[in-house]
Ligand binder design. Sequence first.
Ligand code: HEC
Length: 100
Amino acid sequence: MSFGARIRILAVLVSQLTHAPAFAEDPGRVLFDESECGSCHEFPLAPGQPVVPLRGLTSRFTAESLAAFLLAPPLPMPPFPELSEPERLTLARYLLADFP
Ligand code: HEC
């Protein structure tokens, strides 16, 4: 289970204990977590595994060009054929907002 998925489960458990609403999440962030992008871009899968930080994306990508990048990224990044075009656009908009 990804780190993000664990955090979401924890947030739901805490909200049930405290009767507070769980925080609403950006749908692009949910796709990021479900696709486990963070295992290469935020938190290493194993100690010592290199992380490729995402930064400066707005100077090089638009939402459309980033969505196209995700369809056919350069090796060693894997492609994500399971993501639909609308999902890739949602993910791209999230990336531009969170890793400008
Ligand atoms: C197995 C590791 C791995 C996974 C998983 C992965 N990436 Fe990457 N990603 C890379 C590597 C390595 C590069 C650098 C490729 C290069 O330019 O040589 C990269 C590059 C990128 C870039 C371009 C960064 C730049 O500054 O040009 C973006 C954006 C990106 N990844 C987003 C994602 C997203 C979104 C996901 C999940 C859908 C994801 N990656 C999943 C390894 C990964």
